[in-house]
Write a protein that binds this ligand. Structure first.
Ligand code: ADP
Ligand code: MG
Length: 358
């Protein structure tokens, strides 16, 4: 059975100003042992979704199942899940060991068992030797490790993490991303991870959803989300995307051919219904395009003029004005192979495969 299932879960908040639809009709099935992320901009309903899974918030409609059991009306402390917050909320007067041991002491477990289990977790989060330190003697990253150990000590079947790294600086955040992934792999429990940081979600997740306005926009693994965005919101929210439009002139099988001048070619592999004469809007990632001095025999090849060149060492970014008057961004890798370089004002050809248009 799935670790967590949401069926038609909706949450409305009634405030003085009216009703806020925080989460609308979420359907989701999260597998056991999966690292699953909820990604989306601030206010899209991530925290509310997590709080409903934890039992801190009751859905207005819909059903939540944990390991096949309906827990929609089950109080938080009877659910086998735990939550880690952005603010670490450690007990300031207790040392590392006692902070982690807290949940076990409340359960009145034998001292020997507490020592073993707390010791194992302190080792797991790489805090061995710092058992006697108080939270104020620890860095932000170390405090978050202790918070993680404390949330895991009761052996929950799923751990819910709400932007746990957002208070850390970039370098530490990146190191902790890999740490969290390692810890999750070692203990094998389901992690549900909330973040507004697309890089973080792509790096860490087995699968993820992209949310906006309380709804799921797309579900997939990181590669699918990045390379096959299912709509304009996802294409724009994750990384950079060129949005292009054109009128369908011809359809060959599942390839739509878009009107272009005689030596240019624009083709899109269709994934839904479309007819001749339809306006088609599609997106192409900057790294899927090549820039050259001549046209290519790729599915798409269009003429343009270099407007800006940004040299970044490992890559060069070109902004190219294409014939229809749109600016297109292209990332070109500076590999060891000799290749052309272009300057502002150069006439160039951009090429990409019809399979890389979404
Ligand atoms: P996120 O975590 O993605 O930033 P939230 O789940 O916190 O989003 O919030 C989603 C929406 O619900 C927002 O518009 C927010 O203002 C609203 N909201 C969240 N909690 C409450 C609440 N307790 N009362 C009223 N509105 C709320
Ligand atoms: Mg939030």
């Amino acid at each position: 059975v799935p670790a967590i299932e949401l069926k038609g879960v909706t949450k409305d908040f009634t405030t003085r100003h009216g009703t806020v639809q925080a989460v609308e009709e979420i359907d989701l099935s999260i597998r056991q042992g999966e690292f699953f992320s909820l990604l989306g901009p601030s206010g899209c309903g991530k925290t509310t979704t997590l709080r409903m899974i934890a039992g801190f918030e009751e859905p207005s409609r819909g059903t939540i199942l944990l390991y096949g059991n309906d827990v929609t009306r089950t109080p938080s402390n009877k659910r086998d899940v735990n939550m880690v917050f952005q603010s670490y909320a450690l007990f300031p007067h207790m040392n590392v060991f006692e902070n982690v041991a807290f949940g076990l002491r409340r359960k009145k477990l034998p001292e020997a068992e507490i020592t073993t289990r707390v010791g194992d977790l302190i080792t797991l989060v790489d805090m061995a030797g710092k058992e006697n330190r108080k939270p104020k003697e620890l860095s932000g990253g170390q405090q978050q490790r202790v918070a993680l150990a404390r949330a895991l000590v009761n052996r929950p079947r799923a751990l819910l993490l709400d932007e746990p790294l957002s208070a850390l600086d970039l370098k530490l955040r990146q190191a902790m991303q890999l740490e969290l992934k390692r810890i999750q792999r070692e203990i094998g429990i389901t992690f549900i991870y909330v973040t507004h940081d697309q890089g973080e979600a792509l790096t860490m997740s087995d699968r993820m959803v992209v949310m906006s306005d309380g709804r799921i926009q797309q579900l997939g693994n990181p590669r699918e989300i990045y390379e096959e965005p299912s709509n304009r919101f996802v294409a724009g929210f994750i990384g950079t995307s060129n949005i292009l439009t054109g009128t369908i002139e011809r359809i060959d099988g599942d390839i739509a051919v878009i009107g272009a001048s005689s030596d240019e070619r624009l083709q899109v592999r269709l994934r839904g219904q479309a007819a001749i004469g339809n306006m088609l809007e599609f997106s192409v990632r900057p790294e899927k395009m090549t820039v050259a001095s001549t046209p290519s025999d790729a599915g798409c090849t269009v003429r343009g003029t270099v407007k800006e060149v940004v040299y970044l060492g490992t890559s060069t970014h070109y902004i190219v004005t294409t014939s229809p008057g749109a600016d297109v961004t292209v990332y070109s890798q500076n590999t060891a192979l000799a290749h052309d370089r272009f300057a502002t004002g150069d006439g160039v050809w951009l090429s990409w495969s019809a399979d890389h248009s979404y």
